[in-house]
Design a protein around this ligand. Structure first.
Ligand code: IMP
Length: 422
């Protein structure tokens, strides 16, 4: 029995889904513990594309069980669409998908509030995905939110919905109220076979010797507390979030794999010390298809930031690294890695999370030679060009953590396992 936690360690979009899919072969269970439909990724399997927002991508392995944990927030209509389109592609969810009854609901009002709040902030906006994530989590803290388990109790559902609108000081017309209740009850009927209390199941599976994989969404620098607040998401993306979001005991978290892109990206607003702009950023954006999978927004591009990476690795207790999208750097003659931050020429001891400080820091870089050869079909560490190895070794040395996996393309087979299995 073992558990592995796979975490995005920067500002999200590190290619976690590809890594989860790759090591998912060894997992009996894949569980999500935070976030909602703000996440988005596509898995390419045998040339076929599968789109995921809330369903754990482990569902692509027919024997693997998947859990959507209590710490997530679910847009019931979005998740139903997602599941129905995966069903149409042949995915069977019966006795394989378990949704915790305590997962929060994202209602239509949450999405409207998210969008309105962004509009009113104007230039100061967070740059959210508009999926209602912040308002849904705020309402949980305010105890007026509904949870997915509420959909199974018609009278309770009506009462909770009325209280929800009272809290927001809104009055629905009778027709609007009936329509929303009807839609939620229909969604409830759809989800009924999947709604359970998943914490006990996860603990039982672990005790029975099963391998459990916890799949993070977004990234450490988007964590509500430890990220670059306020330019963050509203959930706990760090390793500590696993326990709260699934009811799994901390002492049973055995192994932490940190996923980093070979360079850095960020969507949405907020300071980004190693950001680059111009033709090189455009080249990387194009080669890496760096456009948000949920919103289609172009992602901001930057060099690998070992200062932020070290912070993230230490907050999460990362054991080993997965470096993704290395192939995207092919053909760039010189590659920079940020080794430390300076403010007014003074070297800082590490990462700074306050935006007023982070936007002032000057990154200090080491520059390494790039490589020209196509690496997208390389299958082993030995076959990588020496410059690519040197680049990965520099990351390894700066973070003092071993690189265990290197991804050189979208497909499962385009993954190099370094020094044995993860
Ligand atoms: P929210 O999670 O939609 O509230 O957005 C808050 C911040 O997190 C914004 O900067 C988003 O761009 C960012 N964000 C949310 N989800 C993702 C993701 O899956 N990948 C990258 N950034 C994300």
């Amino acid at each position: 029995m073992s558990s592995i936690t796979v975490l995005g360690c920067m500002w999200g979009d590190e290619g976690k889904a590809k890594i989860v899919d790759f090591i998912g072969a060894q997992a009996d269970v894949v569980a999500r513990f935070q976030g909602g439909a703000n996440a988005g990724h596509t898995i390419v399997l045998a040339g076929k594309k599968y789109v995921f927002h809330t369903v754990p991508s482990g569902i692509l392995y027919p024997e693997t069980k998947c859990v959507i944990g209590a710490g997530t927030v679910i847009d019931p209509f979005g998740l139903r669409d997602e599941m129905q389109s995966l069903m149409a592609q042949g995915i069977d969810f019966t006795d394989r998908l378990y949704i915790d009854e305590r997962a929060g609901l994202v209602l239509t009002l949450h999405k409207q509030l998210d969008q309105k709040s962004e509009e009113s902030l104007g230039l100061e906006k967070i740059g959210t995905t508009g999926k209602g994530i912040g308002p849904a989590y705020s309402d949980q803290a305010a105890r007026c939110a509904l949870r997915i388990g509420d959909l199974l109790y018609p009278e309770w559902l009506e009462q909770r919905l009325d209280n929800f609108y009272k809290y927001h000081q809104l009055t629905l017309s009778a027709a609007e109220r009936n329509e929303e209740i009807k839609a939620l009850q229909e969604a409830g009927n759809f989800f009924a076979p999947y709604i359970v209390q998943t914490d006990r199941m996860l603990r039982d599976w672990y005790s029975e010797g099963k391998n459990i994989l916890f799949e993070g969404a977004q990234g450490t620098l988007l964590d509500l507390i430890y990220g670059t607040y306020p330019y963050v998401t509203s959930s706990h993306t760090v390793s500590g979030g696993v326990c709260v979001g699934t009811g799994f005991p901390p002492r049973w978290l055995d192994n932490f794999l940190g996923v980093f892109k070979a360079y850095t990206t960020r969507v949405g607003a907020g300071p980004f010390p190693t950001e680059i702009e111009g033709p090189l950023a455009d080249q990387i954006r194009k080669a890496g298809n760096e456009f948000g999978s949920t919103t289609g927004r172009p992602r901001r591009i930057g060099w690998f930031d070992a200062v932020a990476a070290k912070y993230s690795a230490s907050i999460n207790g990362i054991d080993s690294l997965a470096i993704t999208l290395l192939d995207v750097l092919t053909g760039i003659p010189k590659l920079n890695i940020c080794t430390n931050y300076l403010i007014y020429n003074q070297k800082l001891p590490g990462f700074v999370s306050h935006p007023m400080e982070l936007e002032k820091v000057q990154p200090n870089y080491i520059t390494l030679p790039g490589w020209e050869t196509d690496i997208s079909n390389v299958q082993s560490w030995e076959d990588l060009p020496k410059e690519a190895k040197q680049y990965l070794e520099a990351i390894q040395d700066l973070l003092k953590l071993p690189v265990k996996l290197v991804s050189v393309g979208q497909e499962r087979h385009q993954t190099i396992v370094v020094k044995g299995k993860v």
